[in-house]
Structure formats: structure tokens, C-alpha cells
Design a protein around this ligand. Structure first.
Ligand code: ADP
Ligand code: MG
Length: 256
């Protein structure tokens, strides 16, 4: 399978079992929302997929490759968090270009050269510029390519973080509650933009949220999670119409 494939993932912290044998497949081009109450293990599962956390058991494949023991930089993943770390001294265009420029440099060169972006031949530079502008424009950032993060609103900064994540066309796109720092009207608008960039990139996407309306409006399938387990995974309409057990029905039926 080309997207993400997880089998029997287990993870504990101290004595607490946080993931209890989670299995999940996300096809290339599919958008899966991980929906569940705070503390049920959503972020831990996402961090295991990203390679930030090491699972105790189970396996993870991304883009057809076994990655369970690999570091984040060795996996073809991009992750966006609720707080977004942009480089304050770089412009929007340079921030979005960082992953493409990094890919062209070896580790020893990276740090001193981070300010001297867009290295290499003219053809390589042109291709980076094209990809960067495409990603930025998809997120409505076209008019602000030369601004710095300090001159942007919170919503615009989050869009820069999204453009930076998607620009190198990862096999897996992981988002952990990326809208929770935005105000309500901006959240709804940014939802649409996230779905649009996911579709344009055709990437396997896992979107963590505790917000039902986000999960149900954005995702192709919703995985309802509770206490370290996926209780049900199905298209949004099916989760509503046919909850598989009382725990799903209770969670979906409860007021937010
Ligand atoms: P969610 O994202 O669904 O809110 P998390 O995956 O963040 O849940 O956390 C699940 C449980 O694991 C929580 O009880 C949390 O306190 C615990 N946990 C998460 N990360 C760690 C950690 N690094 N060390 C200890 N406990 C952790
Ligand atoms: Mg979380």
C-alpha cells in the first residue's frame, strides 16, 4: 500500500498503556480524521507515525516502506502542530522553501547555509521557486511572499506552516489539531483550505481533532478513538447512521 499502514501499534508510558494495538490504513489521497476525547492517545499515535515517539510494539509502513525504527527525517512525512515554528528572520517564500533547500544540502552544510536558501543550479532554483509559489498560492499566500512571520496574522502563519509541510509532496501528511489556536470563523475557512491542499497533493493525510464537526466535514473516513483504541473507522455519514457500539454512539451524540 502506498499511503500509511499501521498494524498492532502498542505504546505505554510508565505503567499506563496509551495505545492498545492500533491498526489503521490510510490510502494515498485519502483524508482520515482521528477523532476522540482529550487523552485518548491521538497525539501519541500521530507522533509514532511521524517517528517522534517510538512504539513498544507493532509496525508502521509509509509509502510502501517499513519505517518503524527510522527517525523522523528518514520518513517521508510532514507534520503540522497547533503551534507553528516559522523562522522569524526568513520571508514567507523562504520559510516555505526550507524543506526543499534542506533536501539539497547534506547535514554538515545545513546550519550555516540556512540563510542562503535556493542554492544550486538555475534549473534547480527555478523548480524550487515554482513549487514554493504553487504551495503558497494554494493557501492564499501569493500576495505576501516577501513578508516575514512577524507581519502576518495567526491564521496566515498557520497557512505558511501548512504550505511548508506540503511543498515537498510527502507520502504522509500529519496534522495535530492545527486549527485549535484560530478563532471560529478562521477555523471554518482554513478547514476548506486544508482539504483543498490535501486533494491537490493527493497525499495520505491523518488529521487529529477532538472537534466532531471538523472530523465529519473534512474527512473521507473518521476513526473514532477512545482509551488507546480505534472503536470504529468509517465515512462520516456511516459513523452517524450506524455507530458500531454504545461508546461511539455516546461520544458522537454528546454535546461538544
Ligand atoms: P490526546 O492527543 O488524545 O489528547 P495524548 O496522546 O496526548 O492524547 O495522550 C494520551 C495519554 O498519554 C495521556 O494520558 C497523556 O498524559 C499520556 N502521555 C502522552 N505523552 C506522554 C509522555 N511523553 N509521557 C508520559 N505520558 C504521556
Ligand atoms: Mg493531543
Amino acid at each position: 500500500m502506498d499511503g500509511i499502514s499501521i498494524a498492532g501499534l502498542g505504546k505505554g508510558f510508565g505503567g499506563a498503556q496509551v495505545l492498545r494495538g492500533v491498526s489503521l490504513g490510510v490510502a494515498a489521497g485519502e483524508f482520515v480524521a482521528l477523532l476522540g476525547p482529550s487523552g485518548c492517545g491521538k497525539s501519541t499515535l500521530l507522533r509514532c507515525i511521524a517517528g517522534i515517539e517510538r512504539p513498544d510494539s507493532g509496525s508502521i509502513r509509509i509509502g510502501g516502506r517499513e519505517v518503524t525504527g527510522l527517525r523522523p527525517s528518514q520518513r517521508d512525512v510532514a507534520m503540522v502542530f497547533q503551534s507553528y515554528a516559522l523562522y522569524p528572520h526568513l520571508t514567507v517564500e523562504e520559510n516555505v522553501a526550507v524543506p526543499l533547500a534542506m533536501r539539497r544540502l547534506n547535514a554538515a552544510q545545513r546550519l550555516p547555509l540556512i540563510g542562503a536558501l535556493l542554492p544550486g543550479t538555475r534549473a534547480a532554483r527555478d523548480s524550487i521557486t515554482r513549487d514554493v509559489r504553487g504551495a503558497a498560492e494554494a493557501l492564499g499566500l501569493g500576495p505576501m511572499l516577501s513578508r516575514r512571520p512577524g507581519q502576518l496574522s495567526g491564521g496566515q502563519r498557520q497557512r505558511v506552516a501548512l504550505a511548508r509541510a506540503i511543498v515537498r509532496r510527502p507520502a504522509a501528511f500529519l496534522m495535530d489539531e492545527p486549527l485549535s489556536n484560530l478563532d471560529a470563523s478562521l477555523r471554518v475557512q482554513t478547514r476548506r483550505e486544508i482539504v483543498a491542499i490535501h486533494k491537490a497533493a493527493g497525499v495520505a493525510t491523518v488529521y487529529v481533532t477532538h472537534d466532531q464537526s471538523e472530523a465529519l466535514t473534512m474527512a473521507d473516513r473518521v476513526a473514532v478513538m477512545q482509551a488507546g483504541e480505534i472503536l470504529q473507522i468509517a465515512p462520516p455519514a456511516e459513523i452517524y447512521a450506524d455507530p458500531q457500539d454504545l461508546r461511539v454512539a455516546t461520544f458522537i451524540g454528546s454535546p461538544r
